[in-house]
Design a protein around this ligand. Structure first.
Ligand code: CA
Length: 225
């Protein structure tokens, strides 16, 4: 998954980032509203972890922004303020969940997985698409109930494809999703090709149908059926 962590408390921001990175997710972070809005204007994320008390305003502004731009990012508010008003306000303007500080990182992870699960319509942490099933918590993939071993990038790629099945995905969008914003896109296009080739081969070797097609001059598409 690709996460954006918006939190001005440096220690917490770094802890969350490290925790989710070690778990194989792609994390970006920022410490104020302005830089968060800049990122959201340019990139897409699966889930945003949003602090409310930020140096240049309240995190609620991010929720308003996402709503105005009709963006589909899930949002989990992480806030030291445990007032019912804040909670209701946040949930009313589009937050998916609310976690009061201090919390355990494992709890936050469980919430992130639950939110992603709801978004993708998967059940009990299992994202199932035809013969492919993905255990989101354990990051394990099976085809027709037989486990297959994917690298981190292949796993993230498969998740991204299935979440966006039926849509044409540009190479740039894939590169951003897999490496975040601090990369030179073009140097990664060859890597994308290799990862796609390997992922496709692993799926086919496990007798999956052939879902990944390339769209000439643009990128790729994961068949929706
Ligand atoms: Ca804060």
């Amino acid at each position: 998954m690709k996460l954006l962590i918006i939190e001005d408390e440096q220690g917490l921001r770094e802890n969350i980032t490290t925790y989710f990175n070690e778990d194989g997710n792609i994390c970006e972070n920022c410490s104020d509203l302005t830089s968060a809005m800049d990122k959201l204007a340019m990139y897409e994320y699966d889930c945003i972890l949003l602090d409310i008390g930020l140096p240049d305003g309240e995190g609620f502004a991010i929720l308003e922004y996402l709503k105005a731009k009709m963006k589909s990012e899930s949002v989990i508010i992480i806030s030291a303020r445990n007032s019912l008003d804040d909670k209701i306000r946040g949930l009313n303007i589009g937050a998916d969940d609310y976690l009061t500080k201090p919390f355990h990182l494992a709890e936050l992870k469980a919430r992130v997985v639950a939110v992603f699960r709801r978004k993708t319509g998967s059940n009990k942490g299992l994202l199932v698409f035809n013969e492919i099933s993905i255990d989101l918590q354990g990051r394990a993939v099976a085809v027709n109930d037989v486990a297959i071993v994917l690298t981190r990038k292949e796993y993230e790629m498969l998740l991204y494809f299935i979440a966006n099945k039926g849509k044409v995905i540009s190479k740039t969008a894939l590169a951003e999703h897999l490496w975040g914003d601090e990369i030179d896109m073009h140097s990664h296009f060859d890597f994308i090709y290799t990862h796609i080739k390997n992922l496709r081969r692993k799926l086919l070797d496990a007798n999956s149908r052939d879902y990944i097609t390339s769209v000439y001059g643009i990128g790729y598409k994961f068949k929706a059926e």
